[in-house]
Design a protein around this ligand. Structure first.
Ligand SMILES: [Zn+2]
Length: 312
């Protein structure tokens, strides 16, 4: 069975692993990304960690990389990524491929996570799956019939920056009241702080903990999260009527406080489509979603290029 090198680059940490093609993680290590040390420094650390993994597990057939966008998945060139300052123009395919001597596939990290959930998640479907991570931001991807949905010129659709309430807070995407600005973890913290300015800034996890202890303002914050999460999901159901919407990310660790109400709200809002056909589920891959997604990105790209060769 083939082994794939997997790299999950985040603004805070970078994970490197070796994943078997059946989805079993054989090796994993991680280090701080420290983007300010520069792109080359990070590439060197990734290669060193991968070589260490290969010493333990044996050779790899190729490397898959998930990285925050914007980036060009066909060339592996990084764009102006807010969490990776100074990396613009860096080419992941060339840097990693030439150092390790294998083919490299690069994917937007949210798209990679979507592929992992589609291939190895707990809710299998042959139809359409939308994966969303609700954490520091809201990001996601769409897989349809086994293939990633790509926009014009291969662009990644930004599900988290759909407009929800124009009277909402200003986002770095320059919209006021996009989904991320209203329903991400920091959006919960910001709202709580606005309502109770004397209190220090709380994380979404801390607010959820308070809601469990029946803190009135925290419970109101959960109601607000339910409302905005539901509005964004209802838009996605109305637009795509996917078979599965799979939710991951830090905020979902407290989903028992709001997920049933979110589902009920989505059912009420989506009157024009068979909403009962869309299962809204939780991600089952948890912490490893990024690495599994990177491996799956490589596997999918490899099988696509094989079938292209066969038809030529
Ligand atoms: Zn936005």
């Amino acid at each position: 069975m083939r082994q794939i090198g997997a790299v999950d680059i985040g603004g805070t940490k970078t994970a490197v692993g070796i994943v078997r093609e059946d989805g079993k993680i054989l090796h994993r290590s991680e280090c701080p990304t420290d983007p300010r040390l520069g792109f080359q420094s990070a590439m060197l650390r990734i290669v060193q960690m991968m070589q260490h993994g290969m010493d333990q597990c044996g050779s790899i057939a190729g490397v898959g990389i998930g990285c925050p966008g914007p980036l060009d998945p066909s060339t592996g060139v990084i764009g102006d990524v807010g969490t990776l300052p100074g990396w613009e123009g860096g080419n992941l395919v060339e840097e990693i491929g030439s150092r390790l001597g294998v083919r490299v596939a690069v994917e937007n990290d949210a798209d990679a996570a979507t592929l992992a959930e589609y291939a190895w998640g707990a809710t299998p479907t042959d139809g359409t799956l939308i994966y969303l991570t609700v954490s520091t931001g809201i990001g996601g991807g769409i897989v349809r019939g086994g293939e990633l949905y790509r926009s014009a010129r291969g662009a990644h659709p930004e599900l988290g920056h759909q407009m929800i309430d124009p009277s909402g807070p200003l986002c770095y995407c320059r919209l006021s009241g996009c989904w991320e600005s209203l329903a991400s973890g920091p959006a919960m913290g910001a709202w709580f702080h606005e309502m109770d300015p004397d209190h220090r800034l709380l994380s979404a996890a801390q607010i959820c903990e308070r809601a469990q202890s029946a803190d009135a303002l925290a419970m109101q914050c959960i109601q607000r999260e339910t409302h905005y999460l539901g509005l964004g999901l209802a838009n996605l159901v109305t637009l795509f009527v996917p078979d599965v919407i799979c939710l991951g990310g830090g905020v979902m660790q407290s989903s028992h406080l709001f997920l049933d109400d979110v589902r009920a709200l989505v059912r009420n809002l989506c009157t024009q489509v068979p909403v009962e056909d869309t299962a809204i589920t939780l991600s089952s891959l948890g912490y490893d979603t990024g690495l599994l997604g990177a491996a799956q990105a490589w596997l999918l790209r490899e099988s696509a290029s094989l079938s292209k060769k066969t038809t030529l």
